[in-house]
Design a protein around this ligand. Structure first.
Ligand code: GLP
Length: 269
C-alpha cells in the first residue's frame, strides 16, 4: 500500500482532489466509456470535495462522463433529511459540479425491500464494469463505509446495525443526541470496496491514530475492517501528521522517505 503523509488536513484534501482529477483526466472518459467513482460521506472528505469543485470551476476536471456509487446510507430517515447521505452528497458536492443526476447512485434506505435494494446495488456496480477508484474515510474504530468491527472481510452490500461507538461519534450531526441517530444503515461490503481497481482512504486527526496504526502496522483483522486494504494491489492512504501519532517512528519515516517526490499536490496535475 502507498501511504501519503501530509502536514495538514488542507494538504490531504488537495492531494486527494488532485489525485482524483488526474485519474479521471488520464482515463479520458466518454459517454460510452465512463469513469466510475466510489464516494464517501463524513467530515474527512469535505475538504477534498471543496477542492474538486474548485478544480471543476477552473475547467481542470469534468464529471460529465463520471458515474458515482456512494458507500452507504442510513435506514429510515427521509432522503431530504439534512443528515441523510443523499442530502450530504448533493449539498456538498453534486449540486456544484456537472454530474448527470442519472449517473449518481446512492443506496435507498427507505426501500420497501431493503435486501433487494442491496442486491440491486451490487448488480448496478457490476453492470457498469466495476469501480475504478473507491474513496473512503474511516471511523475511529477502523470501519470503512458502515462495515463495523466484526464485519466479514468478504462482505457485500447489505444492512448493518451500527455500534454504540459509531452512533455516539455520528451524534455530532444530530444535535449531539444519540437517540436521533439511526441505528441501522445500508452499506457496501468490505469486498465491494476491495473489488475496485484502486482504493484511496483519507485519514485525518489524532482521533483516527489508533485506526491508522491497525490499518498499516497490525495484522489484517475483521475487527479493524480498514486493514483489508493490506490485501489490495492498489491501496493508498492519504493522512495528516496528527493521524500518525501511533505509528512507529520507523514506519512514519519510511513512508515519508519513499514518497518524498510525490507529496506536493501540485505535481499531480
Ligand atoms: C461514518 C461513515 C463512514 C465514515 C465515518 C467517519 O460512519 N459511514 O463512511 O468514514 O463515518 O466519518 P468522519 O469522516 O466524519 O470522521
Amino acid at each position: 500500500m502507498r501511504v501519503i503523509i501530509e502536514p495538514t488536513y488542507e494538504l490531504v484534501s488537495q492531494w486527494a482532489a488532485n489525485y482524483v482529477a488526474k485519474q479521471i483526466n488520464q482515463f479520458a472518459p466518454k459517454e460510452s466509456r465512463p469513469f466510475v467513482l466510489g464516494l464517501p460521506t463524513g467530515s474527512s472528505p469535505l475538504g477534498m470535495y471543496r477542492h474538486l469543485i474548485h478544480l471543476y470551476e477552473q475547467g481542470q476536471v469534468s464529471f460529465r462522463n463520471v458515474i458515482t456509487f456512494n458507500m452507504d446510507e442510513y435506514v429510515g430517515i427521509p432522503e431530504e433529511h439534512p443528515e441523510s447521505y443523499h442530502s450530504f452528497m448533493w449539498n456538498n458536492f453534486f449540486s456544484h459540479i456537472d454530474i448527470c443526476p442519472e449517473n449518481v447512485h446512492i443506496l435507498n434506505g427507505n426501500a420497501t425491500d431493503l435486501i433487494g435494494e442491496c442486491a440491486r446495488y451490487e448488480a448496478a456496480i457490476e453492470q457498469v464494469g466495476g469501480i475504478h477508484l473507491f474513496i473512503g474515510g474511516i471511523g475511529p474504530d477502523g470501519h470503512i463505509a458502515f462495515n463495523e468491527p466484526g464485519s466479514s472481510l468478504t462482505s457485500r452490500t447489505r444492512m448493518k446495525e451500527l455500534t454504540t461507538d459509531t452512533i455516539l461519534a455520528n451524534s455530532r450531526f444530530f444535535n449531539n443526541d444519540p437517540a436521533k441517530v439511526p441505528h441501522t444503515a445500508l452499506t457496501v461490503g468490505v469486498a465491494t470496496v476491495m473489488d475496485a481497481q484502486q482504493v484511496m482512504i483519507l485519514v485525518n486527526g489524532h482521533q483516527k491514530a489508533r485506526a491508522l496504526l491497525h490499518a498499516i502496522e497490525k495484522p489484517i483483522s475483521h475487527m479493524w475492517t480498514v486493514s483489508a486494504l493490506q490485501m489490495h494491489p492498489h491501496g493508498i492512504i492519504v493522512c495528516d501528521e496528527a493521524a500518525c501519532d501511533e505509528l512507529k517512528v520507523g514506519t512514519y519515516k519510511y513512508f515519508l522517505d519513499i514518497e518524498k517526490k510525490n507529496l506536493d499536490p501540485n505535481t499531480l496535475l
